[in-house]
Design a protein around this ligand. Structure first.
Ligand SMILES: Cc1cc2nc3c(=O)[nH]c(=O)nc-3n(C[C@H](O)[C@H](O)[C@H](O)COP(=O)(O)OP(=O)(O)OC[C@H]3O[C@@H](n4cnc5c(N)ncnc54)[C@H](O)[C@@H]3O)c2cc1C
Length: 301
């Protein structure tokens, strides 16, 4: 017979968001169960080894704007090292690789101007984001209804600028620019201190890396949560009624008072579609922007 578990909060996803939420809820005395579809924890952080040396194959860098991650690193004894960044920069744009020494990439003056123009527009829009309540940002609804790709087309970004933004979108939001909400992109940029800061090494978000691996922090955090974390347990269906939530997985079903979906923005749409009833807080509309949408259907922005 299938196992049935009961708890206060069921968390979908054992990446840093899910594990940190579980950690904080546990510290406040709540019962939690974390359901992870993969056979490992850490999500977009993932560790590997080259010639016996541990390396990060996903998220790797940390900067001063990551206070929560640095706190976890200290707690789980994962020391940081400065990122080596002497020598030439390497640019792979539209399949063409080039190297350069200055801060200015070796592209044509027209491309450079266009990148500057688009970046200026992005920075201006980023500064309007309400970080605590992004759905209250001016024009939140319209920004959430369009994709980052839609916005780049609207700005008439050239092919080279688009190629650069496409790389940023895939690395930062885990999906192509045509799949992520523009409001989600702007909120992420605001949280990370703007595009320049996001791409910088010294003083930026790529200032340091971890002596062992960033992934180790997730592994150690999950270990501290013990059997509250279940791997190989993909969530298939979420039922919500007046009594609470029932989560159906390939393994046990779990009943809770609340569910916290902590998957990547690009996976949230699929997980939220697993709701058999209408979620009380968040409702996705049909749109190409499947990743990271946050404005409710009836919101006027
Ligand atoms: C290549 C790459 C490099 C990056 N580099 C950096 C960096 O250097 N520094 C940095 O700070 N950030 C970096 N990032 C971003 C960082 O990895 C993410 O912001 C962070 O890991 C997101 O954590 P999360 O918990 O929100 O989501 P995730 O890590 O994506 O975790 C979500 C979890 O949900 C699980 N899941 C999804 N659907 C289901 C389901 N139906 N049932 C059960 N489980 C499910 C997934 O398997 C996953 O484990 C990078 C990202 C990428 C892709």
């Amino acid at each position: 017979m299938a196992q049935h578990l009961t708890t206060d909060v069921v968390i979908v996803g054992a990446g840093f968001a899910g594990l940190s939420a579980a950690d904080q809820l546990t510290a406040q005395g709540y019962g939690v169960v974390v359901l992870e579809g993969r056979s490992r924890v850490g999500g977009r952080s993932f560790g590997g080894e080259i010639a016996g040396v541990p390396i990060d194959l996903g998220a790797a860098w940390v900067g001063a704007r990551h206070p929560e991650l640095l706190e976890l690193a200290q707690r789980f004894d994962c020391a940081t090292l400065p990122q080596y960044h002497e020598g030439k920069n390497v640019l792979n744009l539209g399949g063409r690789r080039s190297t350069y020494r200055s801060d200015i990439p070796p592209v044509s003056p027209i491309t450079l101007l266009d990148m500057g123009r688009v970046k200026y527009a992005l920075d201006r829009l980023t500064s309007t984001v309400d970080l605590e309540t992004p759905w209250k940002t001016p024009n939140a609804h319209a920004l959430d209804a369009m994709t980052f790709g839609d916005w780049l087309r609207r700005k008439r970004a050239t092919a080279k600028t688009r190629a650069l933004m496409e790389t940023i979108s895939k690395v930062q939001w885990g999906c192509p620019s045509d799949e992520v909400s523009m409001l989600h992109v702007l909120t992420g940029m605001r949280a990370l201190g703007g595009l320049d800061h996001m791409l910088a090494v010294e003083g930026g978000v790529e200032q340091d890396r971890f002596a062992v691996s960033l992934h180790q922090i997730a592994v150690r955090l999950a270990a501290s949560l013990g059997d509250r974390v279940l791997t190989d347990t993909a969530v298939r269906r979420i039922e919500q009624d007046a009594d609470g939530i029932t989560i159906h997985t390939d393994g046990p079903s779990v009943q809770g008072r609340r569910v916290l979906v902590a998957t990547a923005a690009s996976q949230s749409a699929r997980v939220l579609r697993a709701f058999t009833s209408r979620p009380s807080v968040l409702t996705l509309r049909s749109s190409r922007a499947t990743a990271g949408r946050c404005t409710p259907k009836s919101s006027s922005g």
